[in-house]
Design a protein around this ligand. Structure first.
Ligand code: RB5
Length: 146
């Protein structure tokens, strides 16, 4: 599995935590920024990561900003992306099982690094259930192809 990771200035600390987690889990990843200390626009980081996941260059993405909202709104504009904004472990599991989400967004001003780690670990380890959920995702894909 290859994971693309990025944050704006509001998510730098959890981004670092995610990199440690990838190393601990033995998962290949690439860090697409941002650099510390300056104010950055979240779409400049969300859209390239979303495109890399949509193209298949990366299997999954993790995006962090202050709230996670800007990152998730931006990433979900890219065709084929199902970005889930998650701040609890239950939703992390459910969005993989039911939505086959391919990008996880979190907000560093909402949760701490310990919970972010548990959320990301659960999200990365949980498989899509398919079945009726695949039909529902198929309806999203049909709409995207209109
Ligand atoms: C940056 O101040 C903040 O707006 C951003 O990190 C994010 O929360 C936007 O949704």
């Amino acid at each position: 599995m290859k994971v693309a990771i990025a944050s704006d200035h509001g998510g730098v600390n959890i981004r670092e935590e995610m990199k440690h987690l990838m190393e601990e889990m033995g998962i290949e990843y690439e860090d697409f920024g941002c650099e510390c200390g300056v104010s950055f626009d979240y779409p400049d980081y969300a859209l390239p990561v979303a495109e890399k996941v949509a193209s298949g260059e990366f299997d999954k993405g993790i995006l962090i900003c202050g709230t996670g909202i800007g990152m998730s709104i931006s990433a979900n504009k890219v065709k084929g992306i199902r970005c889930a904004l998650v701040h609890d472990v239950f939703s992390a599991k459910a969005t993989r099982q039911h939505n086959d989400s391919n990008i996880l967004a979190m907000g560093e001003r909402v949760i701490g690094p310990g919970l972010a780690r548990e959320i990301a670990k659960t999200w990365l380890e949980t498989e899509f259930e398919g079945g009726r959920h695949a039909n529902r995702i198929g309806k999203i894909k049909t709409y995207e192809d209109l």
